[in-house]
Structures are given as C-alpha cells and as structure tokens.
Design a protein around this ligand. Sequence first.
Ligand SMILES: [Zn+2]
Length: 242
Amino acid sequence: MLDGYKRICFNHAMKLLPYLDIHTHRRLPHEDSVSVDSLSIEELKLMQTSREYSTAGIHPWWLEDYTQDEISELQNNILKLLQAGKVWGIGETGLDRTMPELMDRQLELFFWHLDLAHQFELPLVIHNVRSGSDFLGVMKEKKPNTPWIFHDFRGNEEMVKSLLRLHPDCYFSFGISLDNSPQIRELLPVIPLENLFLETDDQKHLDIHDIYLRASQQLGLDLDFLKSQIWHNFKKITRFPQ
Ligand SMILES: [Zn+2]
C-alpha cells in the first residue's frame, strides 16, 4: 500500500503523463499530448520528419493516384529515413479490399513494408479495410516479430482473438468509431488493455482528449489510469526512444 504522501505523488505523476495519439495525419500539437505522425507524401518527398514521432510508409490508396516511378521514389526516401534512424515506425501501409483490382500490388507493397519492419525492428501501423483474413494469412506465412498496430480497427471479437493468437504483439487503435459505431463501442471492452491505443487519424474536428474520455467511460475506467496504461503500451513497443 502507498502511504498518503506517496499516493499523492503517484497520482500527480499519472496526471502528468501525456495523452498519446498513436496515429494521426494532422499536425496539431497539444501541450499535453504526444502524437505519432504518419508522414504525408510531401513530407516523404522532402524527407521531412515531424517534431515528435513519425511513421513512414506508403498508403495503399496512393497506388491509385501515383505512378510506379513516384512510388519507387517514395520507397527510396523511406529507406533513407530508416537508415538515418529518423522514424519511430513503419506505415501507414496495409490492405484495402475496396480496391480489389490493386490487391496484388497492395500485397507486394505490404510485404516490402513488413520486410523493413523486420530488418529495422520497428512497429507497423496498418490500414485494414475488410482484409482481416488476408492479414491472418500473411501472419501464418511471414511470422511477424515486431508490433502490428491496426489503426481504426473495424473487425469483430473473433478477428481480435484470431489475430492475437497468431501474433500476441498486435495492437488495436480506435478514434472516430467510438463516436459513430455502436459495434465498435461494444467491441472496446473485449480488447485487452495492454493491446489498446487511441488515435485521431485524419479527422479534422476530433480531439484526442475527447476520445480518451469516451473510451474511459465506455470501459468504466479512470481517465488517468487509461492514460498511464496507453503510455505504458507505447513505451513497451518503442524500440528506439527519440
Ligand atoms: Zn490514417
């Protein structure tokens, strides 16, 4: 048991922990939060990382809008950023079944990112649209050995359990869906707390403080406790503190 003074210090330290936004495309730093910024095409072209933590990767949607030469140039820059130790993780990358005609190229590109994650021992931030079973197949084949963070996760309980069974170092992140999806609000308590993250993604009007509040209410947890748990999760998977 903590005595009175130690308890006050402990509570104070918990309050000082920042809010963590594990995946964002916005550049809106708050005083009391830390973000993991997914680098934009422009930032990748300029090899410009963010002030805090950055992830570098090629979004599957970019395959629709950019030529193979442009994608190759981005791949070169991502490799250079990795070699320079400038990024916290790899992504956002992944698979999107709403673009079935590009599935082969998406998979090829995802494997490229996965190889880099293994080579540089870094977490992957994953875009998953109706591709849960594809990822299960990839896991069986490739045996991932670095953290996989499924951002804006929209799967169900069965998928969460299957993914964790194959790869216990999986994380599930939630943002806008806590506002607009009753299914995801129901799913939230199923996620082990040590595998949970929260995010703003590209939602212009979403505030990370509100997401934490929403999640803490849904989970019936004290807000400071949730902050400390998520901060602990972040520290656990941060390979190279920046
Ligand atoms: Zn995103």
